[in-house]
Write a protein that binds this ligand. Structure first.
Ligand code: AMP
Length: 548
C-alpha cells in the first residue's frame, strides 16, 4: 500500500521561490571584482534568476544544456546557481585555477553552450575561447559600460545587458527531481578530470542535511561567509542551504587574503564561515599579527584537507570560535561527515574532547560509510584499525558524466553498491571517522603504514612552521621512509635537528619520525588550495635520504 502524501519533485527552483517569499529582504552582500561592496536581497536574487532563465530561453538552450561559469563567490554567480538549474539547464562551475589546457578540455567535454565569466578571467578566456567550439555565447559578468572593447571574443555580451531585456516573470519548469542540475569536475591529479553530475534531488537532500544542527547548523539568524569557492563543489552546498534557511550571505569575491576576509567578517557581523585550512592559516596570521579579535564569528567549518589540531586550538582557545572539522569530496556533493560532540562527551575533560574534535567526524543521516580491508571485508569500528573508506547515499555519485572511468562502484557481499573514496580511515565505536591518509599518500615503511597527516600535524604545531607536507621517499630496506617538507613562518628560525627533536615527546612511534626535514620556500598547492603531493614528489625526484 502506498502512502497518501503529496509527491512534489524536489527542485532547486523551489529553494529560490521559498527564499523570496519568506526571506525576501534577507541580505546578500558581495565584494565585487571591481573592489566595491554590492548589497541586495533574496528577492533580488530570485527576480534576476528569472531574468537569466529568460535569457537562456532566448539563446535557445535546450533542457539539459550546460552553462559554464568561471567566477568568484559573488551575487551574479549566485543568480546563475538558481537561474541555470531552475530552468532545467546544467550549471557547470569551472575551477579557474586549473591549467588553461585543462579548462578548455573540461569546457569541451561538458559541451558548454554559454560561458559566463568574471572580468578577472578575461585573459584566460581570450587564451582558450578559440579552442571551445561548443560555446555559442560568451558572457562577461559586468555592466554594459564595463565591457572591454576589442577583446577578440566574437559576440561577447555583458551579463547585465543580456538579462535586462528579459521579463522578471518566469514559470519554472516542473522537472523530474532526478534531472541533472549541476556538474563539477574532479581535480583529476591523475588522468583526465571526471564530471560529478548532481541532480535536483541530490542537491535538495544535501541542502537539508547540511543545515542540520549537527552538520553546518545554519539558520535565518546566521550571517554566513563561504570562503569555499562557488567554483568547486558548489561551495559545499552553502548557496542552496542558505536559500533553504534564509540566512544572510556574505560573498568575498576575489579578495581572499587575511586582511580583506577579516574586514568583511567584521563589517557584516559574520557568525559563520567555511573554508579550507590554508585560507584560515592566512586569516589567523593576520588576526594574530595585528592583535585583533573576532567580533561576531562563532563557528567555522574547516575541511577539504585535514585541519591541523593547532588550528582548532587557536580558534577555540584564543578566539572562542568553534571549529567544525568536515570531510567530503566532489563525488559526495561534498559533505560526508562533520565533527560535533555527543551529549555524553560534554562532561569530559577538555583534553579528551579535543581528541574527538580533531577527527573528521560522524556521518550525516542519509550517508552510509564503512571501512574495508584489501579483501573487501568489513573492518571493526575500534578507532584503531584502518582501511579503505567506502560511502553510499543519495548525494553520492553512481557514475561519472559520459561514463568516463567506467563504473566506479564496488559491490559488497549483500549486493549493495559503495563508492570507494580513495581515503584510508579509522572509525571508532561512536562512529567518529578519522582520515589516516589518501591511499596514495600513505607511507609504507617496513610493512607498516605511517599516516602523512599525523606527521604533518605535529610539524604544524611547531610555532616556526607555516606549512608542512610529509611524503614517502624510496628506501632500499624499508620500502619508503617519511621526510617532512617545511615552509617556515616569515622571520622564524628553525633547524632540522630542532624539528626532529620536537617529534620526540609527541604521540608518534620512534620509527614513524621522519628521516629528514627539507626546508622550502613554498609547497605546491592545487586548484582547490590543497597540497599537491604528486608535484612535490616530482620536485624531490633527485633527493636522497640521509645515509643512502
Ligand atoms: P575534492 O574532491 O577535491 O574535494 O577532494 C576530496 C578529498 O579531499 C577527500 O577524498 C580527502 O582525501 C580530502 N579531504 C577532504 N576533507 C578532508 C579532511 N577534513 N581531512 C582530510 N582530508 C580531507
Amino acid at each position: 500500500m502506498l502512502g497518501l502524501m503529496q509527491t512534489q519533485p524536489l527542485l532547486i527552483s523551489s529553494l529560490i521561490d521559498f527564499a523570496e517569499r519568506h526571506h525576501g529582504d534577507g541580505e546578500i552582500v558581495s565584494r565585487r571584482v571591481e573592489g566595491d561592496i554590492h548589497r541586495y536581497s533574496w528577492a533580488d536574487v530570485a527576480r534576476r534568476s528569472r531574468q537569466l532563465a529568460g535569457a537562456l530561453d532566448a539563446a535557445q538552450l535546450k533542457l539539459g544544456d550546460r552553462v559554464g561559469t568561471l567566477a568568484w563567490n559573488g551575487y551574479r554567480h549566485l543568480e546563475l546557481y538558481f537561474g541555470v538549474s531552475g530552468s532545467g539547464r546544467v550549471l557547470h562551475t569551472i575551477n579557474p585555477r586549473l591549467h588553461p589546457e585543462q579548462i578548455a578540455w573540461i569546457v569541451n567535454h561538458a559541451e558548454d553552450q554559454v560561458l559566463c565569466f568574471d572580468l578577472t578571467f578575461l585573459p584566460l578566456i581570450q587564451a582558450v575561447h578559440a579552442k571551445c567550439p561548443t560555446v555559442k555565447q560568451w558572457v562577461a559578468l559586468c555592466e554594459a559600460d564595463k565591457l572591454p572593447a576589442d577583446t577578440g571574443i566574437s559576440g561577447l555580451a555583458s551579463y547585465e545587458a543580456w538579462i535586462a531585456k528579459q521579463p522578471t516573470r518566469y514559470r519554472w519548469p516542473e522537472l523530474d527531481e532526478n534531472t541533472a542540475s549541476s556538474i563539477c569536475y574532479t581535480s583529476g591529479t591523475t588522468g583526465n578530470p571526471k564530471g560529478a553530475l548532481y541532480s535536483h534531488r541530490s542537491t535538495i537532500l544535501h541542502a537539508y542535511a547540511a543545515a542540520l544542527p549537527d552538520v553546518m547548523c545554519l539558520s535565518a539568524r546566521d550571517s554566513v561567509l563561504p570562503v569555499v569557492p562557488m567554483f568547486h563543489v558548489n561551495a559545499w552546498g552553502i548557496p542552496y542551504s542558505a536559500a533553504l534557511t534564509g540566512c544572510k550571505l556574505v560573498l568575498p569575491g576575489p579578495a581572499l587574503d587575511g586582511k580583506s576576509l577579516y574586514e568583511l567578517m567584521e563589517a557584516e557581523r559574520v557568525s559563520y564561515a567555511a573554508g579550507v585550512p590554508t585560507i584560515w592559516q592566512m586569516l589567523l596570521g593576520h588576526v594574530k599579527t595585528n592583535n585583533l579579535k573576532f567580533g561576531s564569528l562563532k563557528r567555522t567549518v574547516i575541511g577539504g584537507a585535514a585541519c591541523p589540531p593547532a588550528m582548532i586550538d587557536t580558534f577555540r582557545d584564543e578566539f572562542g570560535v568553534e571549529v567544525l572539522h568536515a570531510w567530503g569530496m566532489t563525488e559526495m556533493s561534498p559533505l560526508g561527515t562533520l565533527c560535533t560532540l555527543k551529549n555524553k562527551h560534554l562532561a569530559m575533560p577538555a583534553e579528551a574532547q579535543k581528541k574527538i574534535r580533531l577527527k573528521q567526524g560522524r556521518t550525516i543521516f542519509g550517508m552510509d560509510m564503512k571501512i574495508v580491508g584489501g579483501d573487501g571485508q568489513d573492518l571493526p569500528w575500534d578507532g584503531k584499525t584502518y582501511g579503505d573508506l567506502l560511502v553510499r547515499g543519495p548525494w553520492v555519485v553512481r557514475g561519472y558524466f559520459k561514463g568516463e572511468g567506467g563504473n566506479p562502484l564496488v559491490q559488497d557481499a549483500q549486493g549493495r553498491s559503495w563508492f570507494p573514496t580513495g581515503d584510508v580511515a579509522t572509525i571508532d565505536a561512536d562512529g567518529y571517522m578519522q582520515i589516516t591518509d589518501r591511499s596514495k599518500d600513505v607511507i609504507k615503511s617496513g610493512g607498516e603504514w605511517i599516516s602523512s597527516i599525523d606527521i604533518e600535524n605535529i610539524a604544524m604545531a611547531h610555532p616556526a612552521v607555516a606549512l608542512a607536507a610529509c611524503v614517502g621517499m624510496k628506501h632500499p630496506k624499508w620500502d619508503e621512509r617519511p621526510v617532512v617538507v617545511v615552509v617556515k613562518k616569515p622571520g622564524a628560525e628553525l633547524t632540522r635537528e630542532a624539528l626532529l627533536t620536537f617529534y620526540a615527546d609527541k604521540t608518534v612511534a620512534k620509527w614513524q619520525i621522519p628521516d629528514d626535514v627539507i626546508f622550502v620556500e613554498a609547497i605546491p598547492l592545487g586548484a582547490t588550495g590543497k597540497m599537491l603531493k604528486t608535484r612535490l614528489r616530482e620536485q624531490l625526484k633527485d633527493y636522497k635520504l640521509p645515509g643512502l
